[in-house]
Design a protein around this ligand. Structure first.
Ligand code: SR1
Ligand code: MG
Length: 421
């Protein structure tokens, strides 16, 4: 630690190593040898410690030089911590109060000390347990509209945005994970893929589905080339912590300049997957109300996102795009509305495309969702996953023709009830 060369923390070494950092020592309090330290990381990539002392509790997140899920055979640069830190600070400015407070960042140690959120739990866990969180639709819709709009050429000054674009362009390896794991691997027999055995016939069908494979690559093309705003980059329900009253977004290490609709599509896909997994969690009671709640959350999230985006369009459109000089300043408000309509329409179709792909990769690729994985009965799990896969296929292939979320809610219910093959 003296020359500050990277060294992974352990429960045993953490107090001595971080006890000397004033921002951490002051928050935790007491003497470091009395700190209670637990490693609780259950994600795919990093170490996460809860450090408790006489005055308080702090989270220490440290990147490892490899993918934790796979091991040191898959190296991954530590700089992802730098991107996470920079994304968190921008998200806090653009959507205050929606991310954990940051106390300290050590780039060489790839370490971020941040607020311990309590009694928050991971949203995915809460949805698996059947908890209905009343605020997530509104909170996450606002979070996305504010961070995505305010990080784009609709709002930022062009020189500042270009500096940020260049900064996040170096997050090459994490983009590469998404480019392969999300957009390509699910559609062929890639070495790291796995799926529930009962899905074999459907998986063969999907992997030989020409329209689907073309649509998936259309979406990958957009992901790789539409450098529109700073996206979170991994906005699934495992990246959200909740209580009944509070919603916080965590883990933006995949942040980069990409398409706005990527975050929205990924989040909605994870709600839909939570919907399709409910049949597998009915041991402790019927989940009909939970299913209705989840479809309501999809609608509320999208509706809030769209309305807040429109509000920002009317009040904060100070960037180089769709300048007021051409529209409102010439008393041509209708032109501004027409342009907004086009932008929202593109967001809608792109959101649907990204959502369908995200559903597929969580069932066919390397990184699965606990929503389905926690279903012990393999035949039941395959049946839930099959309905989700068919839904994902419909959404991505027909994204230009889908008119409403109500239409998709009807489709989701019919597939879930086995009324469509
Ligand atoms: C190898 S990383 C697999 C997945 O975990 C992260 O949370 C991202 O979703 C990534 O795609
Ligand atoms: Mg993560």
């Amino acid at each position: 630690m003296r020359d500050n060369a990277f060294e992974a923390l352990t429960v045993e070494t953490l107090p001595a190593r971080l006890g000397a950092v004033p921002e951490i020592a002051a928050r935790v309090g007491g003497s470091p040898e009395n700190w209670q330290v637990r490693e609780v990381g259950d994600g795919n990539l990093n170490l996460v410690f809860i450090v408790e002392g006489a005055s308080g509790t702090v989270i220490i997140k440290q990147a490892l030089p490899y993918v934790r899920l796979v091991g040191d055979s898959w190296p991954l640069p530590l700089k992802r911590s730098f991107f996470e830190y920079n994304a968190l600070t921008r998200q806090e400015k653009r959507a205050p109060g929606t991310v954990p407070a940051i106390y300290h960042f050590d780039e060489a140690q790839a370490l971020i000390a941040m607020e311990f959120l309590s009694p928050h739990v991971i949203l995915r866990r809460a949805l698996i347990e059947g908890r209905q969180l009343p605020k997530i639709g509104r909170d996450l819709g606002l979070f996305m509209a504010r961070t995505l709009f305010r990080g784009s050429d609709l709002a930022m000054k062009a020189p500042q945005r270009k500096v940020d674009l260049a900064l996040f362009a170096d997050n090459v390896e994490l983009c590469d994970i998404t480019e392969n794991l999300v957009f390509s691997d699910p559609y062929f027999e890639a070495p790291m893929n796995r799926h529930t055995p009962g899905l074999d016939p459907l998986v063969r069908e999907l992997r030989s589905d020409r329209d689907l494979k073309v649509a998936a690559q259309r979406m990958k093309h957009l992901f790789a080339s539409k450098a529109e705003t700073m996206v979170h980059g991994d906005l699934h329900t495992g990246s959200v912590m909740v209580t009944e009253e509070d919603t916080r977004v965590i883990d933006p290490e995949f942040a980069f300049y990409g398409p706005m609709a990527f975050d929205v599509g990924m989040l909605l896909a994870n709600y839909w997957m939570a919907f399709f997994s409910q049949r597998g969690h009915e041991n402790d009671g019927d989940r009909t109300a939970m299913r209705a709640y989840l479809l309501g959350v999809v609608a509320e999230t999208w509706g809030t996102f769209r309305d807040e985006f429109a509000r920002l369009w009317h009040t904060e459109r100070g960037g180089i795009l769709y300048q007021a000089a051409l529209y409102e300043d010439q008393d041509d408000g209708l032109a501004s509305e027409q342009a907004l309509g086009h932008v929202l329409h593109d967001l809608w179709t792109d959101m649907l495309g990204f959502a369908g792909i995200e559903v597929h990769r969580r069932i066919l690729g390397l990184a699965h969702n606990a929503d389905f994985e926690a279903i012990a009965d393999e035949a039941l799990r395959a049946s839930c996953e099959a309905a989700a896969l068919k839904f994902g296929r419909h959404v991505v292939v027909n994204r230009n023709a889908i008119q409403s979320l109500a239409e998709l809610a009807r489709l989701a219910k019919a597939l879930d009830q086995g009324k469509l093959s």
